[in-house]
Structures are given as structure tokens and as C-alpha cells.
Design a protein around this ligand. Sequence first.
Ligand code: SF4
Length: 414
Amino acid sequence: MKSTNKRFITCPFCSLHCDDIEVEINSNKIKVLSEPIKNCTKKIEYFNISDKSNLKPFYKNKSLNYREAIIKSRTLLDKSQDITIVNHGTDVNGVRSILNFATHHNCTVDHINSKYLFKNLGIVQRKGYMATSLTEARNRCDVFLLFGKSILKKSPRLIDKVIFPEQSLCVKPKEKKLILIGEFDKKTIDILAKNYFVRNIKIKINDIPQLMELIQSKSIGKNDNIKAISNIISESKYLVASWSSSDLDVYENADDVISSISDFILMRNKENRAACMPISGSLADATSSQTMTWLTGYPSRVKFDGSKFIHDRNICDSEFIVENNHTDIVMHISTVGLEKIKLNKKVKNIVIGHPNTTYSSKPDIFIPVGIPGIDHKSILFRTDNVVSLSLDKIRCLNLPSVKNIINDLLMVQD
Ligand code: SF4
């Protein structure tokens, strides 16, 4: 690999996986050239190596070489009575190897964001549900309903890639309308309103179910803003409703909110086209649920019982298990996340993390891992689950992948 080069990459750092990011790599330092959006540039460049990065494994306060770290980890794992693996984001091969490891050690496997996944899945399992893809939304949607408050911070390029793309097959950007429903901040709305047709119904998230009923029944009363927006919705030919469950989950009635949006979409389909488009989390959530489903039949929260994977969304909830000391060792795996990993000091912790991983307390063992699509080739699933993207290696730090580390953990001989 050349020491300096410019190239386009597919970004691994949120579930949109934009494939138009131009970067320059100079002595393994990544500089974003295409300036997609400031937040994205900051996010991508956060993963550059600095003085604070951990490029070497450690055990307690002692630096180890890679083989020593693998042996030490295996010793801890072999002594354990119950192993829990928490996926904070890895690629398809990473999830495959986690499951393979789980079959050898009867582990519980969970994704850190699975509580959000189950919010959406609950609706799919219990009620009718219609969903669309990013491509379909980009090309056909004329009215876009965005629910919540922080969805645009979590998936910054939803606006220019999906809602108001410069090029769209059927609807010109000027003909598209965006309705923000929820507690969006004024600054975001003002910036968007400079270039696009944007309206806001500023209501508490808890009140969304009543609002959807109101619009559905058309008995809106005297609120001119809701009346105008209701008319826009009535005239839409292809309506798309989008939310991020993590945005709604802090509210007690998150299930009702998602259910009311889904019911509304089903009702719209009697006369017009409409669809849901939930946006999954940025910790390779879609990759985890897809790969887990092929291999175990369940999207998350499984335990290998000696002969097969069993699924129980309560018993295999890693947050509950870890908080209540129902395990004695936790293996945290994090290759694309910025958030601090919360560790329970009462159990043993092995963190397999990218070099800039941060944690609430020092883990027993840390093993640095490569970032998919940056340090090694990789496959990741986009939020709509209909596209899997192949990502390339762009820097040479000789960091192993999750697959390499887990395979070495299985194979190591003292
Ligand atoms: S929107 Fe997400 S995938 Fe796209 S560039 Fe920003 S962080 Fe990366």
C-alpha cells in the first residue's frame, strides 16, 4: 500500500454506510476530503491514531505482546463458569466467529443495542408492518415524516443521501417535503429550512400516538399547523416514516409510539403508497441481527446450551446479566463505536476494542483490534438490510480483526 493516497471509501461508522467518502491517507493518517458533513468528518477522523491510542494489549497495568494476551485471556475464559459476549459493533466475520466461540464455551451472546432492535421487531411480530429501502425512499418518496429528536445527529447524512438527494429518479428535491414530528431543535430546523421544504410539529414524543390518531381521523380542530401538515400528508403519493428506536426508547410508551406510526402507514396504504423506514443504530446493529439470524435463527440474545442456541430476550439480556453479576466474565467487542464501554468491576472484563476505545474502568485484559473497512476488508449490512457492502482495507497498522483474535483464542495452546 502506498504511504500517501487518495481514494473513496465506504464509511463503517453508522448504519447508512455512505460509499462516497473521499479520504487521503498519509502515513496511516486518514483525512476526509469530501467534507460530507462536519459531524461525519469528525467521527471518521476520531479513529486516527494519537498518543492516547492503545496499540498494544495489556493485562491490568502490564503491557503484553499479542500471543501473551491471547494466552492470558484463554486462561481467564477457561476458569470461568459463565461467559457473556457483548457485541458493541463488528462485521459479518466478527459475528460469525463470536457465535463459533460461543458454541465451544456455551456463551450468552447479545448486541449492546438489541433493546432497540426488539422495539421494532415487536411490532413486526405482533402486527402488520410495511417497510421500504433507502433506495426506494430516495427515488420515490415525496413526503418524509421524521420522528424523534436526535435521528439527524445519529445518521447525519440522511438528508443529502435519502431525503433530499441531488438526484432522484422520480421526485425532484424541490418537490419533496420533510415533516419533523417531535422535539427537534430550532437550529436544525432553521438550517434545513434555508434550502428545503421543512415543517415541524413540535410535540412531546409521548404525544405522537394521539397525533397520529388525530391526523388519521381528520378531526384536527383549530390547529392551523397540524391542519396544513395533515393536508400535505393527504396529498402525498409516496409517504415514508422514519425513526430511530434509540431516540424513542427513553420514553415509557416507545412501543405505542412505534406501533401508532406503523398503524398509520398501514392505513395510508389503503389509498396511497406509504412505508416505514426505521434507522438502526450505528454499532453495526443490522450486521449483527442479519448474521445472527442466518446462523442461529434469532436476531440477538442467544445462549448456546451445549447442543443448540436458545433464545430468550429476558434471560439473555446482557445488560441485566452484567449489572446483576449473573456471569463471571464478560468479553466486550467494539470495532466502530465512540461511546465509552460500561464495565462492571465485580466481574472479569476482556475488551477487544479498536485502539481509541474508552471504558468506564480499566478492563482486566485489553486487546486492540482492527476497524472493519479501515484496517481490514469487511462486509457490513446497511440499515435497511437489503444491501451488504464490501469494505476495503485502507491503512496498515497490523491490527488483527475480531475473526483473527477469536480464532486465536480458540486455537491457542499454552
Ligand atoms: S452518515 Fe454515517 S455512514 Fe455516512 S459518512 Fe456519516 S457517519 Fe459515515
